[in-house]
Design a binder for this molecule. Structure first.
Ligand code: UQ1
Length: 502
């Protein structure tokens, strides 16, 4: 039913959305992992990141009608200058994981009247991006992880469905793509980041070509190409890439590789171990980074797995182009003008470069890299005391994940409420983030760490468990519990991640 979609590129992102109850079925025991390759549905997160999909199917049209009215999805295109200037106590830019968690946590304090808090997001869909790895592994479908954004926004919040055109922090207002100006007392900027398929030459065409064995779990459109291409491969070279630079969920590029490896192993096409070189399929991990993972503790485990499983490591290799069946990499740190490395592939899984939306990057709120410049501890803007940011769009120097949002949001909310009373921020974010890293079907290494890559393991604290060891219980957290708690609780503002329910 998902047919072609016209993408309206919008400023916003969206984020993490999620899986649903439907995935409560599934797995339980170790033995039936094969059957679990069958997609149930879930889904994806990232999708919305930077774009929105308007489905032109009749089903969609019906849904739109049911929803009341089609949204405008206006982009920054010529917008009439006009309209009433509205004003709110708090304006939250972004209806992704951070924007929804924060606006509903604020609402949940009982301190706000209807429409005193507004959410701005032109996206029709909210996606559970952490579920996209599972879709790529054939464990869920992409449709099951998304929700209509309007269905996730409490009726007591005002929802603006036009994107942001500009920020005017000196005037305490923003301008929407449709020309409306919206004023605020406090502003939360959480529109996420965008996944830039055009950052790799030839990638958009290769992804769109059903015959090209090139796919990516990083966007809604391409995520359902991943598992079929894994299943289709019976011999040859499979390359999985990770770019240099900041991406969402830095573990995902290898999660999908570990699932594919496991699939091929089960199918008798890959011999993990000393005989890997004689396998029908050869696997390479080509990453812009110098190691398997940014945190030494987990990197050690993952590097050991890589070697044991016979996966070739192409470190500091940054994919720049896809030319037919050849992947072209620049060597990170090499002299300008150096010859690129060219590798032929029979399957290529690509993670494109990512970065801030232009409307954030080109605004007075951005730091040099284009992220919203906030204090690492308080989430308050470094220059404008009534501006806050969390989630992927923020400058918070941690790994960009939904787990990070669970810890950032209560800190932001607490400090914003203090600011409304004229008080200084006191809550502190320690950089907590997490990466539930699938190492095979049925096993997850649960990386959890704070600033500077220092491990902060929830289950180690409570039960003395070393989370660098891949475990089945963590797999169920990843596959069943997180998706469930995400839609059931996190986007409603009642989930504090490792702290449990708020
Ligand atoms: C979490 O709360 C969450 O969101 C629902 C995730 O995301 C998808 C996570 O990956 C993690 C690790 C958490 C943190 C929660 C616990 C219980 C460790």
């Amino acid at each position: 039913m998902e047919t072609r979609e016209s993408h309206v590129t919008v400023s916003h992102k969206h984020h993490v959305p999620a899986l649903s109850n439907a995935d409560a079925d599934a797995d339980a025991d170790a033995e039936d992992r094969r059957s679990r390759h069958v997609a149930t549905r879930i889904q994806h997160p990232a999708a919305s990141l930077a774009r929105i999909s308007l489905h032109h199917t009749s089903q969609m049209q019906r849904s739109l009608r049911l929803a009341g009215a089609a949204r405008s999805f206006a982009t920054a295109a010529a917008a009439p200058v006009s309209s009433a200037t509205a004003s709110h106590k708090v304006v939250v830019v972004g209806g992704g994981a951070a924007g929804l968690a924060i606006s509903h946590q604020l609402l949940g304090t009982g301190k706000f009247k209807p429409e005193e808090i507004a959410v701005v997001d032109p996206a029709m869909w909210h996606n559970y991006q952490p579920g996209w790895t599972l879709v790529g592994g054939g464990l869920k479908t992409k449709e099951e992880g998304r929700r209509r954004l309007s269905s996730l926004v409490d009726k007591k919040l005002k929802l603006y469905t036009s994107g942001v055109a500009t920020f005017a922090p000196e005037e305490n207002s923003i301008t929407l793509a449709n020309g409306d100006r919206v004023g605020y007392e406090q502003l939360v900027v959480a529109p996420g980041i965008q996944v830039d398929n055009t950052s790799i030459k030839g990638l958009p065409e290769a992804l769109a070509n059903p015959d090209a064995p090139v796919s990516s779990i990083y966007s809604y459109d391409s995520v359902d190409k991943v598992y079929p291409s894994i299943k289709k491969l019976t011999k040859g070279r499979a390359i999985f890439t990770q770019p240099a630079g900041v991406i969402k969920c830095a573990g995902a590029p290898q999660k999908i590789m570990w699932l594919a490896l496991d699939h091929w192993k089960e199918a008798g096409l890959y011999k993990a171990g000393g005989e890997a070189s004689q396998s029908a399929i050869q696997i390479s991990f080509a990453t812009g980074l110098p190691t398997m993972f940014g945190v030494p503790k987990y990197s050690a485990t993952l590097e050991k797995l890589r070697q044991e499983r016979g996966v070739e490591g192409l470190f500091q290799h940054d994919l720049v182009a896809v030319e037919g069946n050849t992947a072209v990499f620049t060597r990170v740190g090499s002299e300008p003008g150096s010859e690129p490395v060219r590798r032929e592939f029979d399957l290529l899984h690509v993670v494109p470069k990512m970065g801030p939306h232009a409307f954030v990057k080109n605004s007075p709120l951005a730091d040099g890299a284009g992220y919203v410049a906030v204090d690492n501890a308080t989430t308050q803007h470094v220059k404008y005391a009534n501006v806050w940011s969390a989630g992927d769009a923020s400058s918070l120097p941690t790994s960009k994940t939904a787990a990070a949002v669970t810890a950032e949001s209560p800190v932001l909310v607490h400090n914003l409420l203090l600011a409304m009373q004229g008080k200084a921020p006191e809550a502190v974010y320690d950089g907590y983030t997490s990466c539930p890293l699938l190492t095979e079907y049925g096993k997850v290494l649960l990386a959890e760490f704070k600033y500077a890559g220092v491990p902060k393991e929830t289950f180690n604290k409570w039960f003395g468990i070393d989370q660098a060891i891949p475990r089945r219980a963590f797999y169920h957290l990843k596959k069943d519990f997180f998706p469930w708690v995400y839609y059931e609780s996190m986007v409603k503002g009642t989930w504090g991640g490792p702290k449990g329910w708020l």
